[in-house]
Design a binder for this molecule. Sequence first.
Ligand SMILES: Cc1cc2nc3c(=O)[nH]c(=O)nc-3n(C[C@H](O)[C@H](O)[C@H](O)COP(=O)(O)OP(=O)(O)OC[C@H]3O[C@@H](n4cnc5c(N)ncnc54)[C@H](O)[C@@H]3O)c2cc1C
Length: 562
Amino acid sequence: MSPGMLADVTATGPGAESRRAALQALDGPPFDLIVVGGGINGTGIARDAAMRGLRVLLIEKDDLGAGSTAYSTRLIHGGLRYLEFFEIGLVRESLREREILLRIAPHLVRPLPLLIPLYRSGRYPASLVRMGLVAYDALSFDKSLPNHRFLTRADALRRVPGMNPEGLRGAGLYFDAQADYPERLCVENVLSASAHGAAVLTRARAERLLVKDERVLGVEVRDLPSGRAFTVLGRLTVNATGAWVDELSGTLATPPGRMLGGTKGSHVVVDPFPGAPRDSLYFEAGADGRPMFIVPWQDRYYLIGSTDIRYEGDLDRVVAEPAEIRYFLEEANRIIVGAGLTPASVRYSYSGVRPLPYTSGTREGRITRRHILHDHAPLTGLLTVVGGKLTTYRSLAEEAVDHALRVLGRPRRRSPTGLVPLPGAAGEPGRVAEWLARERGLQVEVAERLAGLYGTRAAEVLRAAGDDPDLLRPLGGEAPTVGAELVLAFRAELAGSLADAFLRRTMTGLAGDRGLGALDAALEVGRRHLGWDAERSGSEAEEYQRALERYAPAGLPVGAGS
Ligand SMILES: Cc1cc2nc3c(=O)[nH]c(=O)nc-3n(C[C@H](O)[C@H](O)[C@H](O)COP(=O)(O)OP(=O)(O)OC[C@H]3O[C@@H](n4cnc5c(N)ncnc54)[C@H](O)[C@@H]3O)c2cc1C
């Protein structure tokens, strides 16, 4: 079937135009690049390739950023821990990228102070941590963030009064960065890719790589809303499906060996608790010496994680186990003695799979976090991305597109992505918030939220509100989301469902109430502004409830702490 014909049957309602345009583009000449996978790496590659003049198609089976990207610790970090394994190149690359992301996406990536408490019983002597931090600073000599410093025991306790004082010798204080919402980095990469001509199709699964005479010619794609299959041709296909990489490469007549060996990592989200630190804490778990984080998140909650467990299960249904949750709570209560965290303190949990290169026998924490680009020679027309952190997505994309230009015989053009800010990045978030509050009369809380999430694209939210002031009032619930954000998500940010809009556009679903307090008002916005009838509202609400199953521990209902 011709993909253009699909445009008639699958693209209706707000946002349908971009889907229709993407489906129609599939009828044109072969793409230069087909990127499979709309996580941070796939969207980064699509942006870079489109900016360097390639004709690009991005396909994603679910939603942008719905894979591992949505389930990480959300740090943009050099990887202090990797120094232990002498991964100097990776640390330097990550630190350079941290700086670039702070510059090209200041609304989405911000500096984060971290404190490493040093205990007498610790696995690493203070002198080694000190050496590590000195090396970290040396490897980020061109950074804008402050250098590390050491705190005496008294200073450390002054900074985090709740910290367990027993055996405490002092602490190292250093800076990394945090992307509260890497999901939105994906969205902004895609907005930029689309503005440079890329076609983007979500809910379209690559089912099979098409091969002829040792050459990958493209992919067979299934349009999930309609269930129909069609063929898309491209001169180079990039398998950027993260933890799913082996699934797609397994469709080759002669599949390569196993490339991916994922590990599962979980987190819990809690409200501020007695003794909660202002800074992030990076400490050794008492039970097994694993690195753990307690990170202030969304200016309102704390993220505690993570685990690192080899995983062979269903990649689309990864959830935290009650034992992991107990482990987080025990460790948090050990380091912050008065925290008093119990299973009832957990607002929700989430879990994802790190797409790591396959190794057998290596301890999880020792598996390299470096990415690998496989060109599959002597097969041509295929490039596979294995591994890759959030932090290094941009440099990975640059490397992939350099490769693409080479094999496509295109002139070398330098990647502009390190210099050209993401779409919402022009201007300072603080000043955008001030402008929204003062000039447009928005509540301060709403203005700050819009500036932090959308940067200067907050103006688009105002436009989406049109002349309906109701669309600029919070919907209710814990996140001060306004209705116009939903309208924008569907009309201009490729959201296809309420779950997309809540979990990966407006981020309402990551509030402590998981967006449930805003649900009814959101359905009303759907009815009034997006043309939803009662049936659509019902199915959106149901689908959203199903999506929330990822945010509850295994075997327990949504909302149960453990
Ligand atoms: C617990 C945990 C903590 C982490 N913490 C950090 C951190 O703090 N900092 C950091 O830098 N990194 C961190 N990471 C790593 C980082 O999150 C991932 O490496 C990164 O998000 C991977 O991005 P990706 O685009 O390769 O994969 P994904 O985000 O998984 O994207 C792949 C996409 O491909 C799609 N897909 C799969 N198969 C198909 C198909 N056949 N057709 C179409 N689409 C398909 C999927 O739906 C998915 O959306 C962490 C990861 C985890 C799990």
